[in-house]
Design a binder for this molecule. Structure first.
Ligand code: HEC
Length: 131
């Protein structure tokens, strides 16, 4: 063991190691903060949740919908509503606005009446089960 009081010169090697460790720790912290913030902003990004039984239950209380119709609506939404623009964010519009939007977009997306209703049912089901 060296006595620090008798040896006032800095110990370069140990100091460099400590600095490197701080840099690595800072990098790890920054990267984890970035990934956490991306996880939190899930509703701000374009998430199109898969159909669940809970969704079907929530929406069948008011409308006559089932799992198959909701699944069809989701499939149509992700495939057909992305042909001309990016997929619209589900949380950007109110449920009432969505009904009007899909009505007005359905001829552009060449949706049949039943297909249009499935897309609307899916969007309303997602909104009815959001936390
Ligand atoms: C053939 C092309 C085409 C298809 C397919 C299409 N859209 Fe659009 N959409 C447009 C155009 C063009 C606009 C911008 C002009 C406008 O609002 O009329 C638009 C705008 C929108 C907007 C923004 C409206 C606003 O007021 O900000 C939404 C939301 C939207 N579309 C949803 C959908 C949905 C849902 C579908 C699927 C059912 C769909 N679109 C399919 C062409 C399309």
């Amino acid at each position: 063991m060296t006595n620090r009081h008798l040896n006032p010169l800095p110990q370069p090697e140990g100091e460099e190691d400590a600095k490197r460790l701080v840099r690595v720790a800072r990098l790890v912290l920054t990267l984890s903060l970035i990934s956490i913030s991306q996880f939190i902003s899930c509703e701000a990004t374009n998430y199109v949740p898969p159909v669940t039984a809970q969704m079907a239950a929530a929406s069948s209380r008011r409308h006559d919908v089932d799992l198959a119709q909701l699944r069809q609506g989701r499939t149509l939404f992700v495939h057909r509503c992305i042909e001309c623009h990016t997929l619209p964010v589900l949380w950007r519009y109110t449920p009432k606005d969505w009904t009007e939007i899909v009505n007005s977009m359905s001829h552009r997306a060449s949706l049949k009446t039943a297909e249009r209703d499935a897309v609307i049912a899916y969007i309303l089901a997602v909104r009815a089960t959001e936390r």
